[in-house]
Write a protein that binds this ligand. Structure first.
Ligand code: AMP
Length: 221
């Protein structure tokens, strides 16, 4: 059997699939149009499993997948690299994890906000660590999407969210304030697979590294 590879469905899939193809891993059907979730590769006995990005680290940590591709934001929220090896930056899906607030708010205008800052986000772990490190008292308000609405409805003073062009913020009257992290898609590897399937994993990583056009990411045990 080849490798089982968990892929983030959504916007980066169209960029990741050609990279997989360069590694000789071509799904028997097009994952972008099929409703199937598990795809056998035409050769090599590999499997591509398409799922929510936030589930990729779980599949890789527990070894249900040998390798996974998902955003750095998701990996940070999951708790970072203790659970698997983060091996490669694919350089795609670039964006930033930022704080943002309404343009006319005290926070955006540099005035003091009294009491703990109310922060709405789906990245509660990342936000907690960030504000702790800054020594700022916050009340975290977990949301699962459309964070931009929260400050407009006075549910929060600010949000922590992904910003690419900034159009979503702008359309909702928010401005980006602080950058928490630069984000891009990363390749993660199950700890046991790194030992037991070393050859297969390394040859996949080496093709992906070339496809991504970077030299970093050798094995870091
Ligand atoms: P934008 O309006 O271009 O700043 O995009 C912002 C929204 O698009 C965010 O709320 C995200 O949900 C989503 N988004 C943009 N880029 C990415 C990315 N690389 N990965 C995941 N989500 C993204």
């Amino acid at each position: 059997m080849g490798l089982t590879i968990a892929l983030n469905r959504g916007r980066i899939l169209s960029e990741v699939l050609p990279m997989m193809q360069q590694a000789g891993i071509e799904p028997s059907e097009d994952p972008e149009s099929s409703r199937k979730l598990i795809f056998e590769s035409r050769t090599g006995g590999h499997r591509l499993v398409v799922m929510r990005g936030s589930d990729v680290p779980t599949y890789v940590e527990y070894g249900a997948a040998d390798v996974g591709v998902t955003g750095k934001d998701t990996i940070m929220e999951y708790g970072g690299g203790a659970h698997f090896y983060e091996q490669l930056d694919l350089g795609i899906g670039r964006c930033r994890l930022m704080t943002a607030a309404p343009a006319d708010s005290a926070l955006a205008q540099g005035r003091d906000v009294r009491g703990p800052l109310r922060v709405a986000t789906k990245f509660v772990n990342v936000a907690r660590r960030y504000f702790e490190a800054e020594g700022r008292q916050v009340t975290l308000i977990p949301l699962s999407g459309a964070m931009e609405i929260a400050p407009l409805m006075n549910l929060a003073d600010c949000i922590v969210d992904i910003v690419d062009t900034g159009n979503t913020l702008k359309a909702n009257g928010l401005v980006a304030l602080e950058t928490i992290a630069d984000i891009s898609s990363r390749v993660i590897v199950n700890r046991a697979s790194m030992r037991t399937r070393f050859g297969e994993v390394q040859s996949l990583l080496s093709v992906l590294r070339d496809a991504a056009g970077n030299d970093e990411g050798g094995w870091r045990g």
